[in-house]
Design a binder for this molecule. Structure first.
Ligand code: SAH
Length: 451
């Protein structure tokens, strides 16, 4: 029989955790209104100047190049310079809305580690950790359930391009006790230790994270990676490029490449039916790396983001101050994002790993026991304001009209995870003769994904 343990049992263990307190009334990137004209009129002069000189020198740039420069240019990039998360920033994410989100992902990680036969080493690897809230909530679960880990060694590895955000992550995970590397060339550019003594290392690239059994998390990471845009024309697929507007030299505009580009010749599928497609080649490469690592060393990856399964067309958009923002206006002052194409990620993962999902955030969280967790927290909380916050954040995360159905969970698993597992030794939770029934799994792959 497949080994499983019960989320509701685990939820009971969390009674001593603080009540979910990060709920904010702010909106996620999905529920923003249109930009105000004043927002549009504040140009980020240095980024615009950099882009216009580049275009003058070498011609129009691809949308992917534009997005990469705007978001992650090492000097003026949006992610490199800003803390964009939260009510005072440009958007808010699920881990910032409620701690329950990260706690349930913590349970998922432990479940995957157990399902893999409790390897002696567990690397928790997060791509794009933002403020470090998700990781911090996961580690609190690890600490509450430390008896489950026995003698296993846990280490934390963060892939983060932003020095500003890496400092915030250090604050949240190590109480600001981390140290920067002496040289910029070091693959680990910052390292520290959590209060519980777990080592934390920061890298700029996934490639630099050491090999070993790992659970990878990527929450709202893939949507920030550069996309190429292609338009079907009577002459075939043409790439959409960014050029200087000839009428207004301090403005940018979209143009169509007159002939095929290397990207339009290689990235569009031969049987593509849509008239316009966005392809995130960088995301494809990262998924290939994840798949290779999982196949070689064991582990799993959980990718959570807004997206579609190869059906949507033009999803490229900007966000600034919780409002939609023109993607070409004031580059560097606003977040740029595009829906994740999970069908592309699945294709890039190849056959070396099992791909499950995408399932909706609502389904994932319900299957992970969010209702039980909410009840436990409400039972232990008498303050009416906190109770209102708890139910409000639950609604934001799970309501189909809010984040419940727009966000999706997609996972890569080692093939052995879906085979009949070996019975783990010495597991305390297993001593229970008749565990409570598992939460219903309305979407069949989730019964594998979760338990
Ligand atoms: N996961 C967090 C933050 C999402 S915002 C949350 O859900 O709250 C995107 C994150 O990815 C930021 O931390 C940003 O700095 C990081 N990021 C963006 N592009 C990156 C890249 N190419 N390499 C590494 N990190 C990147």
């Amino acid at each position: 029989m497949r080994f499983s343990f019960n989320t509701q049992q685990l939820c009971r263990v969390f009674i001593s955790l603080p009540a979910a307190g990060r709920w904010r009334a702010a909106q996620s990137r999905l529920f923003c209104s249109s930009p105000s004209s004043s927002d549009q009129e504040k140009p980020r002069a240095s980024m615009l100047r950099h882009l216009t000189s580049k275009i003058k020198a070498t011609g129009p740039v691809t949308v992917a190049e534009y997005m990469r420069e705007v978001l992650t240019n090492p000097v003026t990039g949006y992610y490199v310079k800003n803390d964009m998360l939260g009510p005072d920033g440009d958007f808010i994410t699920s881990p910032e809305i409620s701690q329950i989100f990260g706690e349930l992902i913590g349970v998922w990680i432990i479940s995957e580690w157990m399902g893999a036969g409790q390897p002696k080493q567990l690397q928790l690897v997060e791509l794009g950790p933002g403020r470090g809230s998700l990781c911090s909530d996961v580690l609190r679960v690890f600490s509450q359930l430390r008896s489950v880990f026995g003698g296993a060694t846990v280490s934390v590895h963060l892939v983060e391009v932003s020095p500003v955000l890496s400092r915030l992550q250090s604050q949240s995970l190590t109480g600001n006790s981390s140290q920067e590397a002496d040289s910029e060339d070091e693959p680990v550019y910052r390292h520290g230790e959590t209060a519980a003594g777990l080592p934390v290392s920061w890298y700029r690239r996934l490639d630099d994270v050491p090999a070993g059994f790992s659970i990878f998390l990527a929450h709202e990471f893939f949507d920030a990676l550069p996309i190429h845009k292609f338009q079907r024309t009577v002459k075939g697929w043409r790439e959409v490029m960014v050029d200087i507007d000839p009428e207004k030299p301090d403005r940018l505009r979209f143009v169509m490449a007159p002939s095929p580009t290397p990207a339009s010749s290689t990235l569009v599928q031969a049987d593509e039916r849509r008239g316009h497609v966005e392809v995130c080649a960088e995301g494809g490469v990262i998924v290939q790396q994840l798949a290779r690592r999982i196949a070689a060393d064991g582990g799993a990856a959980l990718i959570a983001d807004y997206g579609h399964d190869g059906t949507k067309t033009d999803t490229f958009r900007g966000f600034k101050g919780h409002q939609l923002h023109d993607v070409l206006s004031s580059p560097g002052s606003a977040d740029l994002t595009a829906d994740v194409d999970f069908s592309y990620l699945r294709r890039m993962a190849g056959g070396g790993v099992a791909c499950l999902g995408p399932v909706t955030q609502r389904t994932f969280l319900k299957n992970m026991g969010i209702d039980s967790r909410l009840q436990v927290l409400l039972r232990n909380c008498s303050d009416p304001t906190t109770r209102k916050q708890l139910t409000g954040s639950y609604d934001m995360l799970t309501n189909p009209a809010k984040m419940g159905e727009r966000f999706h969970f997609f996972s890569l698993l080692h093939h052995s995870r879906l085979a009949k597992p070996k019975k783990p030794d010495g597991l305390k939770l297993e001593k229970k003769k008749s565990p409570a029934p598992l939460p219903a799994a309305p979407y069949w792959p989730l019964s594998f994904l979760v338990f």
